[in-house]
Design a protein around this ligand. Sequence first.
Ligand code: SAM
Length: 301
Amino acid sequence: TPAPLLGPAEIRELAELLGIRPTKTLGQNFVIDPNTIRRIVAAADLEPAAETVLEVGPGLGSLTLGLLDVARHVVAVEIDPPLARQLPKTVARFRPERVEGIDVVESDALAVTDLPQTPDALVANLPYNVAVPVLLHLMGSFPSIRHGLVMVQDEVADRLAAGPGSKVYGVPSVKASWIAEVSKAGVIGTQVFWPAPRISSGLVRLVRRSEPVAQIGAGTAQGLTGNRADAADREAVFTVVDAAFAQRRKTLRAALSGWAGSGAAAEEILIAAGIQPTERGEKLDVHQFAAIAAAGVNHNV
Ligand code: SAM
């Protein structure tokens, strides 16, 4: 028989025990459905007993318990002190054999820069209001994370997984794509949560890219180190992406003129990167953005 997971009765009991009411500002919607937990854990595709998983926002522990059945270790980062302090006790009660398998870090996931163990994977039901920044921050700060499975609002899932030309393609799509290959791995209804959110959730799978930029760009990426984990490269590419989408309707020549210093400089850089100055950002893939950033470095932007 599989180990027990938290259902509606256990979640209600834990909430009562702590005297808490889920807060909207912290995006607290707790999963009360064991089948959903099994689905997320299966989709996370962890190598059994081999991986250290970083979980953001463990809440009352619904997903944490499911992860402890497969992970070697779980590092859980929770911002809300009563929830963070309860988690080890919940593990001791429902998975007494795994109390050594968890570290709880009471912190804002946006601020963590070191962890008690090196994470191999990120698996989380992310707080919706900060989902994209948390995802980018953690994937950016911890290059040891090779893959991830996160639950976010369904429309955010679509945006993260979108490619050039899609209506929902934008800044999150390109930035996530700089770090990982991103795909949608399912939709989760509202009734599996307490309290039930207004809109459905989506599962997003991330597999970190390992190939260097120089090999996948237009051969013009010499201005970057070529290392995707390099923070300076990431900043250079993200700056171009932010500028290109800040004025979505404009041509790249116009949208990037502030970044390049002038329209003429933007045109020169775009041509050096092999991109039509009259093109729009929403048509470019991440490799083309990398080529622009690299050409920018070569032009001393
Ligand atoms: N994992 C639990 C589940 O599936 O039932 C709870 C998920 S709930 C959607 C989001 C959780 O993230 C809450 O526990 C909330 O307190 C926590 N949280 C919100 N903002 C956070 C932040 N900036 N850093 C860390 N945790 C945060």
